[in-house]
Ligand binder design. Structure first.
Ligand SMILES: Cc1cc2nc3c(=O)[nH]c(=O)nc-3n(C[C@H](O)[C@H](O)[C@H](O)COP(=O)(O)O)c2cc1C
Length: 367
């Protein structure tokens, strides 16, 4: 493998031992209040040690930001004890541990929130059949969300993580501020592209400053984004190229695109045949490392994705085969497990939540 096995030194000074990263994947294994379970620790430990870094499942920074049952929490100091066990179980054989922090915004419901109405940038329902109308956050509440992201970052430092990933992708609250579909505000947080970006700007600056004030130890801060939305209005490639242009100027360790297929070109901009990955990588132009993702199944895929990124993230392949990385790096790709049987579930630490998700969303990976 050309690049995959090469270490990479990030802006914070932390070096990843190779360019393979475990993509953040929700596993729905936590207790009802967001504390970690032993099953979850085992699930991560099995997938650590070979990849350069593990990015955890999304963890909610506010109680009202909870997106689904079984979600890991980082909204209270009570989570620090469990999170430090998680950081230790990931930090095996040099693998770095990165906690993904997020807020679900309108992508949740009042049952998950135990009767509370979901919140968002504006009172606009998501375009899906079971969505509920959220309540628009007040100015004071917007500032509190930023404070709570900062508090979550400090908890990640206290728990011994090597870094955090700010989850600005996959339609959750941060993306809801950037999207012209979910953000119809006419105050300082909405109305133009620049104003829709201002929440992300203040959030990232706030987190970077808070972490720098809190610790002098190197700490990774990454940012994940989704490049396009299909809603009208919605995020288009020109919005995304503006976003990455701004973020590339910040003292971040990496940007992480969220794609289902790394070879995809923009669906909302059919005239341009370049892949989304290529366009984003070109715009960044070496200012900050980019993590690519999306159906990378073997070494050749990883090598191809590394033409337009500095690191690659893998999700589903690591559910089926936790030893994917060492097999690819040592030329034993023929031994990679690509499908899982019900009998292999325990051995692979695939608990009910993640197994149900696999059955519903990825039947091709189940034998
Ligand atoms: C079970 C599952 C859970 C996921 N949960 C998250 C998540 O919590 N945060 C996130 O940013 N992406 C999440 N994703 C998206 C993955 O990070 C990744 O982008 C996607 O699976 C494509 O990569 P792959 O083809 O290698 O699986 C999830 C994907 C899967 C399959």
């Amino acid at each position: 493998m050309k690049n995959l096995g090469e270490p990479i030194k990030l802006n914070s000074g932390i070096t990843l031992k190779n360019r393979a990263v475990m993509a953040p994947m929700t596993n729905m294994m936590s207790f009802f209040d967001g504390t970690i379970t032993d099953n979850e620790l085992d699930y991560y430990a099995l997938r650590s040690g070979e990849v350069g870094a593990v990015i955890t499942a999304a963890t909610n920074v506010q109680e009202i930001g909870k997106g689904w049952e079984g979600e890991l929490g980082v909204y209270d100091d009570k989570h620090i004890e469990g999170l430090s066990k998680l950081a230790s179980s990931i930090k095996k054989a040099g693998t770095k541990s990165i906690l993904q922090i997020f807020h679900g915004g309108r992508m949740t419901n009042s049952s998950i929130l135990r009767g509370e109405q979901p919140v968002s940038a504006s009172a606009v329902k998501a375009l899906r059949s079971d969505s509920e109308e959220p309540r628009a956050l007040s100015e004071e509440e917007v500032l509190q969300v930023i404070e709570d992201f900062k508090a979550a970052a400090v908890r990640a430092v206290k728990a011994g993580f090597d870094g955090i990933e700010i989850h600005g992708a996959n339609t959750y609250l941060i993306q809801q501020f950037f999207s012209p579909h979910s953000n119809r505000r006419d105050d300082q947080w909405g109305g133009s592209l620049e104003k829709r970006y201002s929440f992300i700007d203040q959030l990232v600056n706030g987190i970077v400053e808070t972490v720098n004030e809190y610790t002098s130890e190197p700490f990774i801060i990454g940012y994940r984004f989704s490049p396009e939305e299909y809603e009208n209005p919605g995020i288009r490639m020109e919005d995304t190229l503006y976003l990455v242009d701004q973020l590339a100027e910040k003292p971040l360790d990496y940007l992480h695109i969220s794609l289902g297929d790394f070879r995809k070109s923009a669906q909302t901009d059919e005239e341009n045949e370049q892949t989304i990955l290529e366009r984003v990588h070109e715009k960044i132009n070496g200012r900050v490392p980019l993590i690519s993702v999306g159906d990378i199944r073997n070494g050749a895929d990883a090598e191809e994705a590394l033409h337009n990124s500095e690191m690659v993230a893998m999700g589903r392949v690591l559910l089926a085969d936790p030893h994917w990385t060492s097999k690819v790096l040592s030329g034993r790709e023929d031994t990679i497990r690509t499908t899982v049987t019900a009998e292999e579930r325990n051995e692979l630490k695939l608990n009910t939540g993640v197994w149900m998700f696999m059955q519903a969303m990825m039947p091709d990976r189940i034998k």
